[in-house]
Design a protein around this ligand. Sequence first.
Ligand code: FES
Length: 149
Amino acid sequence: MPNELAETLAEYEGQKGALIPILQKVQEKLGYLPQEAISEVAKFCRMSESEIFGVASFYAQFYLTRRGKHSVKVCLGTACPVRGGERILDHVEKELGIEPGQTTENYQFSLERVACFGACALAPVMVVNKNVHGRMTTAKAKDILAKHR
Ligand code: FES
């Protein structure tokens, strides 16, 4: 991994203060921010590992543990629960055998609960990777998950 990361970090030579973009780029490459990556970034930015860790754990966009290949997000904002969002989440939890914040043992799926995707007109909404699926039903959710197994 260090070589892989060296290339990524080299793009930020001269902008070592750009910690958030650096972490975003590293996460884009590795899928999450493992301890080794935090150490590399700390050396590169001449900061302590605990400072980098502090920043990474503050922002919800950063993951410190390995994620599943597919990200599944179920909306429980205001509109979605009214239209059955809870039922969708329950169903997805059962299908995958995990709760929000967890990843399946085979690292195929990670599940999250989100507060609103800004697509309330399509409620209830589920987003798999970057695809927004609206007017979700338990049957539709099951089909979508099956396609990603
Ligand atoms: S509440 Fe679900 S998209 Fe807005």
